[in-house]
Every structure is written in structure tokens, then in C-alpha cells.
Design a protein around this ligand. Structure first.
Ligand code: NBP
Length: 501
């Protein structure tokens, strides 16, 4: 008897592809799978003989494509960049108009815009879908951020919403307990149509930028706990575990508490104290920061988080500099420890609000740039589960955009405004204490500078414009004249006449 046709195909069976294929099959969909290296596909299929939907392995792309129901839906889960283009080029001659290619990799949104346009000209529909949550998310429920033609998304929507992470409708908390072959039942899927062409991959990139910010902010809180309050790793672990019961409740705080109490199998000490302090990055945080610079959006906390990784990476240089450069003498902390602990909590929380405000501002600007209409409340909603930044906090962001879909900045929402009002004295105290003690907190301080900058009616850019006009005749606008009217001083002229441009 002929094999049944599959609901969907997936090519690229590394860690993400395998887990995503199993997730899809767990929801009763039959999945055809393919990998450039056939042995990987054969091993994967042999190891998973009885999934609810079934896996069918194909060595050749022609047979793989022929095994799919029409319109064919093919997920590409290969290394982002040239490999994705290579796979698309191999697939296109085998497809028919109306078929759908879905790129689930971490592709740059500009590539997605280009691919969607080029494929549309050939009659092939293209979805660029952010897939968040790493290996675990792919296996038991990622946060999914699909972008492309809406009608094409509707074709994959039943599969996409089935495999996405689910959260409780009332609390927004992720539904847990999925096991192989037994996905969670019910709940609200962490998946929504994001917008045309590259919108899904763009939003995924912003998610990653925000993730960089969250991680760096947590690291700075840990550094203050250890370097101002002198806490040990397990003591810090208890603090984070406690914080995880309040407004900071999130996956990243939870794993931080766990990591900090992990013993080191080699030394018997704590693992975190044995991990070399140099961090890498794969690019999406950098893309977010570069894009913020390109679009002129102040996303300084996210960018500082990327720079902090770069600073960590120049370990040898830092070691050499530490022997030469002086900071303040480290006095023992003699303040109220309980109060200062609360202050660190509030500094972390306020900085986090600013980091998210920047991420959402970036997306606001991008929608103008790329002619998208992004639904920010829905974006916050689908990040509540299945991704690294999942947090109770996202429910509050969703509520803020429910109150005002056109909110210009999260800081202006009444809830977040009152939270910052409540926390800002503590936040300032922590940043000041860190500065006085020479403890580097680039993301905490840049978030505070962002807050103070954003709430400033006037900034010293008046002088800056004067300087620009002095050396480059760049002209300036005046406080007492309408916007758009430009002036210039003829600086070299002794009488320095003012010229209306
Ligand atoms: P990798 O990014 O490590 O890519 C490995 C896969 O790409 C293998 O299947 C490999 O085939 C295939 N491949 C390569 Br490399 N070059 C190819 C080519 N020219 N033609 C065909 N296939 C090619 O896999 P991953 O870590 O599973 O990630 C997959 C995608 O998901 C990436 O875009 C990644 O950025 C994204 N992502 C990853 C994570 C994560 O936590 N890892 C999270 C979210 C998103 P082979 O077996 O023959 O070498």
C-alpha cells in the first residue's frame, strides 16, 4: 500500500529541527523529514519509530517533496544565512505555485524580506517564522513568530498553534508537564501572525535583543550582591529564588537561582565561581543594536548588554589592565543589608522595564520603516511562554497595550509609571553605590540614563547643535521659532551675524 502523504515536511535535522519535528508529530501531524547528511535522518527516524503522527524519512529532496500534501508546506531548519538560500534553491525547482516554504531558523529579517519577494515572483509562498525557546521550546512548545503573506500563514496556522507553547488564559503562566507523545492540553497558544515578509524574524530578533538585556541585568544584580554585599553563590541563589516569587518571576531568574546553587564536580566549590567570565554572542543581540543605530532609536540598554559581552571577551587585556588601573578602595558595606537587597531588586526591575521599553520602541519604529502593523499586546502575549524571556511581567505589558494599543512608550503606561515611581529612589541608590565602589553596572546605569533622558524636557543637545553649527555649518532650530525653520551663525565673521536658512 502506498505511504500516506505527510501534512508537512522538515529539512535540517540538527538539534532544533529534530525537536520541532517530534513536537509536530506529537500533535498528530505526519511529518516528512530530510537532512543533507542522510545518516542523521536515518538515525533520527530509527530512534523515533512510533510518534502519534508519524515520521517519514527521505534521503532525496525529490522524494521528500513528493511525499507532501498540497499545497506543500516545508520547514527549513538549517544554519541561517547561505545554507538557507542553498536549500531554498534546491527546493524551488521541485515545487509548484502556491506551495509554502517556512524558514524557522534565526534568519536576518532583511534576508527574509528578500527571499519572500524573490519566491513570490516564482509563485512560491514564504513564511519567515521566529522559533524561540531553544531545544526545549522546539520539543514541547516554542513561542512562534510567523511573518509572511497572511493567507500562507492561515495554511500553517493549525500546525503552528498546535505546536506552540501554551499559557493559562487567566494567569498567563506557561502550562507545563508536556512529555514525549503527551503534549499539554488546552491553554492559549504562544503564536500569532506577526505581519508581512520579514516581520516575524524582525520580532524574533527584538526578542533576542531583549533577552540579552535581561541576562546582563541579572548578571549585574548578581555582581552587586557579591561585590557590594559580599554574598556567596548559594546566598545569591536564595535571593534570586525569593525574587522569583514576585514581580521578577521569570524563566531567567529561575534558572539563575538554580545555576548559582550548582556545585562544581571538580573542586567541590560552586560551579559559577569556576566558569570563565568571557561570554560569546551569536549575532541577534548585535543585529538589534545595529538596527537601533540605523533607525535612530535609543536602545542603549540592549546595546550595552552586547558591549558588556564584548568587554567580557577581552579577558587577557582586562587581566593586564587590572594590575595597572586603580578604582576606589573597597570599604565593607555598612548600610542596612535588607534595605539594600530590596534596592537591588528594585534597580533590576526598573532597568528591566526600560530595556523592554526600548525593545518595543524599536519595533514601533520598524513598523514605520517596513510598513508593518505590529500588534504589541499580542507580541507580549506570545512571549509569555515557550521562550527565554517568558515572565509574569509580560502579562503586564500585554495589559498596557490593551489599555492603549498606540502607547508611545511603556514608561508612559500608568502601571509601569507607578512601578518606576515606587522603585526609582532605590534604583538610583544602587547605581550610585556601584559607581562609588567601582563595580561595573553598564546596563543598570544605561537604563537609568535612558529613563532620565526620556523624561527630560530639555537635554544638552542645544549646545551640541551649537558645536555642529560652529565647525560644520550644520544649522540649528530655535526654541522661540517654529520647528523646521533653520538658522546659522556666521562664526568666522567678527560680528557673528545670524542667518535664516
Ligand atoms: P545549526 O544552525 O547548527 O545547523 C545545522 C543544520 O544545518 C544541519 O541539519 C546541517 O546539515 C544543515 N546545513 C548546513 Br550547516 N549547511 C547546509 C547546506 N548548505 N545545505 C543543507 N543543509 C545544511 O542547527 P540548529 O542549532 O538546530 O539551528 C537551526 C536553526 O534554528 C538555525 O537557524 C538557528 O539559528 C535556529 N535556532 C537555533 C536555536 C538553538 O537553540 N540552537 C534556537 C532558536 C533558533 P548536516 O547535518 O548535513 O550538516
Amino acid at each position: 500500500m502506498a505511504e500516506p502523504l505527510s501534512d508537512i515536511g522538515l529539512t535540517g535535522l540538527a538539534v532544533m529541527g529534530q525537536n520541532l519535528a517530534l513536537n509536530i508529530a506529537d500533535h498528530g501531524f505526519r511529518v516528512s523529514v530530510h537532512n543533507r547528511t542522510t545518516a542523521t535522518m536515518e538515525k533520527f527516524v530509527a530512534e523515533n519509530p512510533s510518534t502519534p503522527g508519524g515520521l517519514a524519512g527521505y534521503a532525496g529532496l525529490k522524494d521528500f517533496v513528493a511525499s507532501l500534501k498540497r499545497p506543500r508546506k516545508i520547514i527549513i531548519m538549517v544554519k541561517a544565512g547561505a545554507p538557507t538560500d542553498a536549500v531554498i534553491d534546491q527546493l524551488v525547482p521541485l515545487l509548484e505555485p502556491g506551495d509554502i516554504i517556512i524558514d524557522g531558523g534565526n534568519s536576518n529579517w532583511n534576508d527574509t524580506i528578500r527571499r519572500e519577494r524573490d519566491l513570490k515572483a516564482k509563485g512560491i509562498r514564504f513564511i519567515g517564522s521566529g522559533v524561540s525557546g531553544g531545544e526545549e521550546g522546539a520539543r514541547f512548545g516554542p513561542s512562534l513568530m510567523p511573518g509572511g503573506e497572511y493567507e500562507a500563514y492561515k495554511e500553517i496556522e493549525p500546525i503552528w498553534t498546535a505546536i506552540a507553547a501554551k499559557v493559562d488564559a487567566a494567569t498567563g503562566k506557561p502550562l507545563t508537564g508536556a512529555k514525549p507523545g503527551q503534549p499539554v492540553q488546552g491553554g492559549v497558544p504562544c503564536c500569532t501572525y506577526i505581519g508581512p515578509n520579514g516581520a516575524g524574524h524582525y520580532v524574533k530578533m527584538c526578542h533576542n535583543g531583549i533577552e540579552y538585556g535581561d541576562m546582563q541585568l541579572i548578571c549585574e544584580a548578581y555582581w552587586i550582591l557579591t561585590h557590594v554585599l559580599g554574598m556567596t553563590a548559594p546566598q545569591c541563589s536564595e535571593v534570586f529564588a525569593e525574587w522569583n516569587r514576585g514581580v521578577l518571576d521569570s524563566f531567567l531568574i529561575e534558572i539563575t537561582a538554580d545555576i548559582l546553587q550548582q556545585k562544581d564536580p571538580y573542586t567541590g566549590g560552586y560551579l559559577v565561581d569556576c566558569i570563565l567570565d568571557t561570554a560569546g554572542q551569536k549575532g541577534t543581540g548585535k543585529w538589534t543594536s545595529v538596527n537601533a543605530l540605523d533607525m535612530g532609536v535609543p536602545a542603549n540598554t540592549i546595546a550595552e548588554s552586547v558591549f558588556a559581552r564584548f568587554m567580557s571577551a577581552i579577558k587577557e587585556e582586562r587581566v593586564a589592565a587590572s594590575k595597572v588601573l586603580q578604582g576606589p578602595a573597597a570599604a565593607k558595606f555598612d548600610g542596612d543589608r535588607k534595605q539594600f537587597l530590596e534596592a537591588i531588586h528594585d534597580a533590576l526591575y526598573s532597568s528591566k522595564i526600560c530595556s523592554y521599553a526600548q525593545g518595543f520602541q524599536l519595533m514601533r519604529e520598524a513598523q514605520k520603516e517596513y510598513n508593518w502593523t505590529l500588534k504589541f499586546g499580542e507580541i507580549a502575549m506570545i512571549w509569555r511562554g515557550g521562550c527565554i524571556i517568558r515572565a509574569r511581567f509580560l502579562q503586564k505589558i500585554k495589559e498596557a497595550f490593551d489599555r492603549d494599543a498606540n502607547l508611545p512608550n511603556l514608561l508612559l503606561d500608568p502601571y509601569f509609571k507607578s512601578e518606576i515611581d515606587r522603585c526609582q529612589t532605590n534604583w538610583r541608590r544602587v547605581v550610585a553605590e556601584a559607581a562609588l565602589r567601582g563595580v561595573p553596572v553598564p546596563a543598570f546605569s544605561s537604563a537609568l540614563a535612558y529613563y532620565d533622558g526620556y523624561r527630560s524636557e530639555r537635554l544638552p543637545a542645544n549646545l551640541l547643535q551649537g558645536q555642529r553649527d560652529f565647525f560644520g555649518a550644520h544649522t540649528f532650530e530655535r526654541t522661540d521659532r517654529p520647528r523646521g525653520k533653520f538658522f546659522h551663525i556666521d562664526w568666522p565673521e567678527p560680528s557673528r551675524p545670524i542667518i535664516e536658512v
